[in-house]
Design a protein around this ligand. Structure first.
Ligand code: EPZ
Length: 418
C-alpha cells in the first residue's frame, strides 16, 4: 500500500495547475447514460473515483474510450441497469446512475451505499424524489429497485435538506420525464450548474440551475454533446492553503476564482495575501504571522465542507483559538487526532473543533482516513519539522491527480513510497 514520505519546511513557490473537477465529472459521466449518442467530456481528472465510475458505465452497457484530453462515452443500449454493491461500496457517488437508469431504461437496481467515514450519508432524498416522479420503489437485500416502466412524470420535489448529488440525480431523471419538474431547496453548487450546462447541450430544457429552484421540462429524447468540465474548486482551494501553510509564494492556475470566494475571504482575514493575477490565476503569499479565524461549513456559496480539514491544518499555525464548526457531516473530524499526533492542539466538542495555535508541528507516522483528511495531513506535513509518513494514501488518489508530483514541482519534499 502506497505511503507519502514528506520532509517539511520547504515553502511552495512557482505555479501549480488545477485540474478538472472530480465532483463535476462524476455526474457528467452518469448523464451520458441518458442518450444513445456519443458524449465527449474534456478535462476529466485521472483519479480513482473516475475510473470506478467508468467501470460502472461499462458494466451497464456503455462503450468508454479514454484519450489524453477527453473521454468518449456511447451507450446505444442499457444492457444491465444495475450498480452492484462491489462498486458502490468503494464509491457512493455510484448512486448517481439511479436517476438516469430509471429515466432511460425504465428501471434501475442500485446498491444502497452503507456507512461512510465522514457520516451516515443516506440517499433517502434521492429515492423519495424519484418516487415523486412516479417510480415505484422496492428495497431488499441491500438494494433499491426503481420501476419506472410506465415512464416518469414531472412533479414538484422539495428537498428537506440540501443535497448535491440528490439534486443532480433528480435533475437528470427529470430531463426525460413527461411534463415539468420543479426542484425546490436544490443545491447551488457549481458542479450542479456545470451538469445542467452539459444536459442542455444534450437537448434538455432546464432553468435556474445554480439557484435553489430548478425547473426542468421533460423531452422525448436527448442527443450527444461535447463538454469541458469546470476546474476543481476543492483542489484549487487545497493548493491555496498549501501556499499559505508553507509560508510560500505560489501561483494557482486554471483556478475557478469565482467558486472560491468563501475561502479567499478567510485566508485574507487570517493574514495570507491572496491576489488575482488574471482571469484564472491566484497568487497566494504568506510570510508573517497568521491569525486564527473561525469558519462554519455550509452549502455553496458558504465555506465548503470539503476544505474544512485543510483549513484546520492551517489554523494549527495561527495565533489564537480558531473555532471550526462542521454543519454538513456528523463525523468529519477524523484528521484532528492525526494532526494532534504531529503536535497540534485541537479540542473537539461535538461538531465544533477548537484549534489553539500557533504550535510547532513535528514529523510523525499518520494515517489517512478519507479523501480530504488525507489532504490535510499532506499540508500539515509540509509545514512540520522533520519527516512525516502518511499511510493509506489510496484515499487521496480518489480525488487528487498525482498530487505529490504537482507539489514537488512547486518545491515540496514529497515522495510516494510503496
Ligand atoms: C457531495 O456529496 C460531494 N460528493 C461531497 O464531496 C461533498 O462533501 C458533499 O456533496 C457536500 O458538499 C460529490 O459530489 C460526488 P449531500 P453528497 O447529499 O451529494 C445528507 C469529496 O470530498 N443527505 O449534499 O453525497 C447527508 O448525509 C466528497 O469530494 C441525506 O440525509 O452530499 C449530508 O449530511 C465528500 N439524505 C447532507 O445531506 C440524502 O438522500 C449533504 O449531503 C442525501 C443527503
Amino acid at each position: 500500500m502506497d505511503k507519502f514520505v514528506i520532509k517539511g519546511g520547504h515553502p511552495l513557490t512557482g505555479s501549480i495547475a488545477t485540474g478538472g473537477s472530480k465532483n463535476a465529472a462524476l455526474p457528467a459521466l452518469a448523464a451520458a447514460l441518458l442518450t444513445a449518442e456519443p458524449v465527449i467530456l474534456r478535462r476529466i481528472p485521472k483519479v480513482r473515483d473516475i475510473r470506478t465510475m467508468q467501470r460502472l458505465l461499462v458494466d451497464i452497457g456503455s462503450k468508454v474510450e479514454g484519450g489524453p484530453e477527453s473521454v468518449r462515452i456511447e451507450t446505444p443500449e442499457i444492457t444491465s441497469p444495475e450498480a452492484p454493491y462491489e462498486l458502490v461500496k468503494t464509491m457512493r457517488a455510484s448512486s448517481l446512475v439511479l436517476g438516469p437508469l430509471a429515466a432511460r431504461a425504465g428501471r434501475a437496481r442500485v446498491s444502497l451505499p452503507g456507512g461512510c467515514a465522514i457520516g451516515a450519508r443516506p440517499i433517502d432524498l434521492h429515492i423519495a424524489g424519484l418516487e415523486q416522479l412516479g417510480a415505484v420503489i422496492y428495497q431488499s437485500h441491500g438494494y433499491v429497485e426503481a420501476d419506472a416502466s410506465q415512464g416518469l412524470r414531472g412533479a414538484t420535489v422539495h428537498f428537506d435538506k440540501i443535497t448535491v448529488t440528490g439534486t443532480e440525480d433528480l435533475m437528470m431523471a427529470a430531463t426525460l420525464a413527461e411534463g415539468t419538474t420543479i426542484l425546490e431547496n436544490a443545491a447551488r453548487e457549481p458542479e450542479v450548474a456545470d451538469l445542467a450546462d452539459l444536459l442542455m447541450k444534450m437537448g434538455a430544457k432546464i432553468e435556474g440551475a445554480g439557484t435553489s429552484t430548478i425547473r426542468i421540462e421533460g423531452v422525448q429524447r436527448l442527443g450527444g454533446a461535447d463538454h469541458t468540465i469546470i476546474s476543481d474548486r476543492i483542489e484549487a482551494g487545497t493548493f491555496l492553503i498549501a501556499g499559505a501553510i508553507t509560508r510560500g509564494d505560489l501561483l494557482v492556475t486554471e483556478c475557478p476564482i469565482e467558486h472560491l470566494s468563501a475561502l479567499i475571504v478567510k485566508l485574507q482575514q487570517a493574514g495570507a495575501e491572496v491576489t488575482q493575477q488574471d482571469a484564472a490565476t491566484l497568487r497566494v503569499r504568506s510570510s508573517g504571522a497568521l491569525r486564527s479565524v473561525d469558519i462554519t461549513t455550509e452549502e455553496y456559496p458558504g465555506f465548503a465542507t470539503d476544505l474544512q480539514a485543510q483549513y484546520m491544518a492551517l489554523m494549527t499555525q495561527a495565533e489564537g483559538i480558531a473555532i471550526v464548526t462542521e454543519t454538513i457531516f456528523e463525523n468529519r473530524f477524523m484528521h484532528a487526532q492525526e494532526l494532534a499526533r504531529m503536535g497540534a492542539n485541537i479540542r473537539l466538542d461535538g461538531r465544533r473543533a477548537f484549534i489553539a495555535g500557533p504550535r510547532e508541528l513535528t514529523g510523525a507516522g499518520v494515517i489517512a482516513s478519507d479523501l480530504r483528511a488525507s489532504a490535510s495531513l499532506v499540508l500539515a506535513a509540509m509545514a512540520a519539522r522533520g519527516e512525516t509518513v502518511i499511510d493509506r494514501v489510496y484515499h487521496i488518489d480518489r480525488g487528487y491527480e498525482k498530487i505529490e508530483e504537482k507539489l514537488a514541482r512547486a518545491g515540496a519534499q514529497i515522495e510516494r513510497a510503496d
